[in-house]
Design a protein around this ligand. Structure first.
Ligand SMILES: N[C@@H](CCC(=O)N[C@@H](CS)C(=O)NCC(=O)O)C(=O)O
Length: 247
């Protein structure tokens, strides 16, 4: 099987796709892309959409972390990413949907808001990436990329304050999925990868880590992505973090 995964370094759904390839034991090559520039590259290599993860596998082009999970399961059924039992599969698919549609984006918006205030953490998120230019140069010239990414992801004050207010509820739902055994079981499934990578990215941010690390959600993230790249020092206004402290 020949596979090439297109990622943006430290992108949470891209790390989810990479971990799923690894769980399946499928060898792959990785192309690291800078945000914004990624959109043009993905189009140039023939993907219909503009986001990572994007996977070329045996001539097929698959984009989106959930679509990639299904294509990997189709191409190589074992070890399974989705349970065989229909009821358990439905629960995993619902948890995966929650991870993709509800948890993933708030974390992304908070990160870009922070990057907009201070670009310097970008270097830590790009650790080990091969983006075609030295990381130091990329960081020095990152201002327009960060500004465009923040705008593309609507990482404005109002949205980020709303994200922070919703975060305790989202974390409770993760813990409920763990308590029910939908995620966090012996064998990791597609929802584990989808959810734990968002939690892993959240825990790279000093402002968010205390709200995540000491609960089942935090333990799941450490298990699935023990070395998530990146570190963002405290940057959010203290009053915006009140919903997290009250939890
Ligand atoms: N829900 C999609 C989201 C993909 C997505 O938004 N990816 C971001 C990176 S985390 C992206 O490619 N953004 C384009 C950019 O930043 O230029 C998935 O799970 O695949």
């Amino acid at each position: 099987m020949s596979a090439r995964l297109y990622v943006i370094p430290a992108s949470h759904p891209a790390i989810a796709a990479e971990l799923m390839l690894q769980q399946k034991g499928i060898s792959y090559k990785r192309t690291d892309l800078l945000p914004v520039i990624s959109k043009g590259v993905l189009r140039a290599v023939g993907f219909p959409g503009i986001t990572v993860p994007a996977l070329k596998i045996d001539g097929a082009k698959v984009q989106g972390s959930r679509q990639i999970a299904r294509e990997l399961e189709r191409l190589q059924p074992e070890p399974r990413l989705f349970p065989a039992d229909p009821e358990r599969r439905a629960a995993v698919e619902e948890a995966e949907r929650f991870g993709d549609e509800e948890l993933q984006h708030p974390i992304r918006q908070i990160l870009w808001w922070g990057m907009k205030r201070d670009h310097s953490p970008l270097r830590s998120y790009s650790e080990g990436a091969k983006i075609g230019i030295p990381i130091g140069l990329a960081v020095k010239t990152a201002a327009p990329i960060v500004a465009l990414s923040a705008r593309f992801n609507e990482a404005d004050d109002a949205n980020v304050q709303r994200d922070l207010a919703s975060l305790p509820g989202l974390l409770d739902r993760v813990d409920e999925h763990i308590a029910k055994g939908v995620i966090g079981g012996e064998q990791l499934n597609a929802a584990d990868f989808q959810i734990a990578t968002s939690l892993g990215l959240a825990m790279t941010m000093d402002d968010l880590r205390p709200a995540v690390e000491n609960r089942p959600a935090g333990a799941l993230a450490r298990r699935v992505v023990p070395a998530y790249p990146g570190q963002m020092p405290p940057i959010l206004p203290a009053e915006w973090l009140a919903p997290l402290r009250a939890d």
